[in-house]
Design a protein around this ligand. Structure first.
Ligand SMILES: Cc1ncc(COP(=O)(O)O)c(C=O)c1O
Length: 470
């Protein structure tokens, strides 16, 4: 085989990566350049001839750098984004270097076995039924899709319908119920699965966006036939955790008469179960039928890694398996291809393994508890800023803020303008939302690196953006 000199390109990448990571704290959190500037900087005709790889890597890193946002910074609070840990980043480098198409155990025994072990660790860490099946997918969107595909299989199989073979034409109607504040990825998963996004029955929530069990009970009374209930552990704006045990009671009561499945979208909050402090808030999650979470959120692995967990292995397997005569035939080993929507795939569980092995259960607990403590500290500081209001009950790691316009004119416009000024300052980067019809700023504390100094600097910059420049 041809053996290239790997060192120049990898050394250039190593240098550029360290340069980025070691100087994160000195740079603005926001990008320095916008999309149009970056398009212009990168635009050149498709190259006719190539360049030395080390030159390509060095130039690539230098050119895109102004357009990079410091998502792994301790004061990046946008959306819900963790910051990769050293072990996670390093493991991901190895994944690229090893270049294993981790679909089947026979050709890739090393990383397929590692994936199986990581799956077992996660079930233990999250205290979910140990015989559940697990899939490592790109993110919670796909994890929700996988879980709901298994749900669709099972509730229809219980009526005697084979959805994998026969599709949905002529099938009994399946009703999906979800809280008023379900994440949009539930709607998209339902749409892709042909269950009809517009047919989802939305169930009323309480003031912190938690689905109400009494409302679910009432809504289910009007539903005939198979039903899938989508609960949530960590609402995107408030961090609200549905009362999972009480929702499980409602679902269990219905199971006696009709096929009913309980899914928990725990993209944000499920890792709270690793902490003895937070676990009680998530009690009852273990009674569900499927769970989705993200490693790239609170576990702080690099992008991209979501996790789907399904109690009913057969339903999960039927929904996702793929066999072909040119592939190794199924054996006793766990083949990733049986649990994922994609066929060829990178070994994304590797970074999860490295992160879990580095942190241990105690480290994961410290991470999630630490972020919740920083969210509380931030909320306390915000409440002391005149004209600032924390709009949610901070039960997890999300802080939702509104700011009163000092001129008394338009609080929505003032809140949005304050956010822009804060983002522009480069000190901290929360993101925007609309909650209960009003503009709000969302701070999501999901990074292992965020500390008290970050909170103090953020509060100072927020106060500036709200008052001095207002
Ligand atoms: C509750 C919830 N579910 C699903 C998702 C989608 O996650 P991903 O972007 O990893 O697909 C998110 C993203 O923030 C979320 O908050």
């Amino acid at each position: 085989m041809r053996v290239p000199d790997w060192r120049p390109a990898l050394t250039a990448a190593h240098g550029a990566a360290l340069d980025w990571l070691e100087h994160l704290d000195e740079r603005p959190v926001r990008p320095d350049a916008d999309y149009d500037t970056m398009r212009a900087a990168l635009a050149e005709p498709m190259p006719e001839t190539g360049l030395p790889p080390e030159q390509v890597i060095a130039e690539l890193a230098a050119t895109v750098r102004p357009g990079l946002i410091a998502m792994n910074h301790g004061r990046f609070f946008g959306w819900v984004i963790g910051g990769a840990t050293p072990a996670g980043v390093a493991a991901d480098w190895l994944v690229a270097a090893w270049d294993q198409n981790t679909a089947m155990a026979e050709p890739t025994p090393g990383l397929s076995a590692l994936e199986a072990v990581t799956a077992d660790w996660l079930l233990e860490l999250l205290d979910l039924p140990r015989t559940s099946s697990v899939a490592f997918v790109t993110g919670a969107q796909v994890a929700n899709l996988v879980c709901l595909a298994a749900a669709r299989d099972r509730v229809l199989a219980d009526t005697g319908w084979d959805v994998e073979g026969q599709g949905l034409i002529g099938a009994p109607a399946v009703t999906v119920l979800a809280g008023e504040y379900m994440h949009h990825t539930i709607g998209k998963a339902v749409r892709i699965l042909g269950l009809g996004e517009a047919r989802i029955i939305t169930v009323a929530a309480d003031g912190n966006a938690r689905m109400r069990p009494d409302a679910l009970s009432t809504a289910l009374l009007a539903v005939e036939g198979p039903a899938i209930v989508c609960a949530q552990a960590g609402e995107i704006a408030t961090g609200g955790i549905d009362p999972l045990a009480r929702l499980a009671d409602v679902v269990d009561a219905r199971r006696a008469t009709s096929p009913t499945w309980l899914h928990v979208d725990g993209a944000i909050g499920l890792f709270g179960r690793a902490s003895a402090v937070l676990a009680p808030k998530l009690a009852g999650a273990e009674r569900a039928d499927s769970w989705c979470t993200d490693a790239h959120k609170w576990l702080n692995t690099p992008y991209d890694c979501g996790i789907a967990v399904v109690r009913d292995r057969e339903a999960h397997h039927r929904a996702m398996t793929l066999q072909a005569s040119y592939l190794p035939q199924p054996g006793a080993a766990r083949d990733p291809i049986d649990w994922n929507p994609e066929m060829s795939r990178r070994a994304r569980a590797t970074a999860v393994y490295a992160t879990l092995r580095t942190l241990g259960r105690a480290g994961v607990a410290t991470l999630v508890e630490g972020d919740c403590a920083m969210a509380q500290l931030l909320a306390e500081g915000i409440r002391e800023i005149p004209g600032a209001e924390v709009c949610n009950e901070v039960e997890l790691n999300q802080v939702l803020v509104r700011l009163r316009d000092p001129a008394g004119l338009d609080d929505d416009a003032h809140t949005r303008a304050t956010l822009s000024r804060l983002q522009l300052s480069g000190v901290a980067f929360p993101s925007a939302t609309t909650f209960k019809g009003h503009a709000a700023i969302r701070f999501s504390v999901a990074n292992w690196a965020t500390d008290e100094d970050d909170v103090a600097e953020t509060l100072e910059a927020l106060t500036d953006a709200h008052t001095r420049w207002g």
